[in-house]
Design a protein around this ligand. Structure first.
Ligand code: BGC
Length: 290
């Protein structure tokens, strides 16, 4: 049974959400970005962070246009352009149409953030083919379809030195579960393991075109969809046993990592996963010596 979130505990433990001020450092000025699954959670934070850093952003969503529009409004408030676009990333024609829309609105695409992802959990022997397939379709095939469109555009256009020293950047939002097995979530862990080797293989293939492909591997991040993992004292204490740094992460921390990975500050980083996880991948069971 899902525990009911304890509002008093949440108020005492976590900071009130505040929208960061518009950054004056526009490291991504002139760059055009697509962020998939950008109407909530980690995708929303990434889209806003890229916008605050000066990028124009296509805010992709699959449901909830009002939430997507609010993200676009925040980006515009800080001076960049933003449009919203509905597309299911697992559908080849919808992905092609989304890239066409970005080219039409912005002229090109410099940054793709492959963020859209879902979970459909079940004990392994009850995991249906439909649950397996849908998670693989969105989390892995969706990232493939978007990355392929992005690479086509980056190769077509090449490097524009005044914009960036790379022809394009792809950031895959993976998970600590690309390396940590996850009982009860076999479809999800398999999709993220797939993202890891897909990302590295694309990176190896397209590096000569000056295209960089990397992943961010978030650990436990406080978003509305995983409230059951942090919304009560008991749940949060249990979660902290998995995190050496002893706090949950905030979506804005993933946003800042994405800005850096998209910028020329990380120009020599290619084919790697940046874990933003408070040490979750450090075998925390051994923190007292094993
Ligand atoms: C999942 C979260 C989970 C985290 C750590 C992420 O990939 O989406 O629900 O809390 O991994 O287990």
């Amino acid at each position: 049974m899902t525990p009911v979130p304890d509002q008093d505990f949440i108020k005492q433990t976590f900071p009130e959400p505040v929208m960061p001020a518009c950054s004056i450092v526009k490291t991504l000025r002139g760059q055009k970005a697509i962020v998939t699954g950008a109407s909530s959670g980690i995708g929303k934070a990434i889209a806003i962070a890229l916008g605050h850093a000066g990028a124009d952003v296509l805010v992709n969503y699959v449901s909830g246009p009002d939430d997507a529009e609010a993200v676009a409004a925040e980006i515009r408030r800080c001076g960049a352009q933003a449009i919203i676009h509905r597309a299911d990333v697992s559908k080849e024609d919808e992905v092609a149409a989304m890239f066409a829309r970005a080219r039409e609105a912005f002229g090109t695409v410099d940054i793709l953030v492959n963020n859209a992802g879902i979970q459909k959990d079940a004990p392994f022997d009850q995991l249906s083919l439909v649950q397996w397939q849908r998670v693989l379709d969105v989390n892995l095939t969706g990232q493939f379809l978007c990355a392929r469109e992005a690479v086509r555009e980056f190769k077509r256009r090449g490097v524009r030195k005044e914009i960036s020293c790379a022809a394009g950047k792809i950031i895959c939002v993976s998970s600590v579960h690309e390396v940590i097995p996850w009982a009860g979530h076999v479809n999800y862990a398999a999709s993220k393991g797939g993202v890891m080797l897909m990302m590295k293989s694309i990176a190896q293939e397209v590096a000569p075109w000056r295209i960089r492909v990397n992943s961010i591997g978030p650990g436990a991040i406080r978003t509305p969809i995983n409230t059951e993992a942090w919304g009560t004292r008991e749940a949060y204490d249990g979660l902290l046993k998995l995190i050496p740094y002893k706090r949950i992460g905030e979506a804005e921390e993933i946003g800042r990592a994405a800005v850096w990975l998209a910028s020329d500050d990380s120009d020599y980083i290619n084919g790697t996963t940046l874990f933003v996880d408070g040490g979750m991948t450090l075998y925390p069971g051994f923190e007292t010596g094993g």
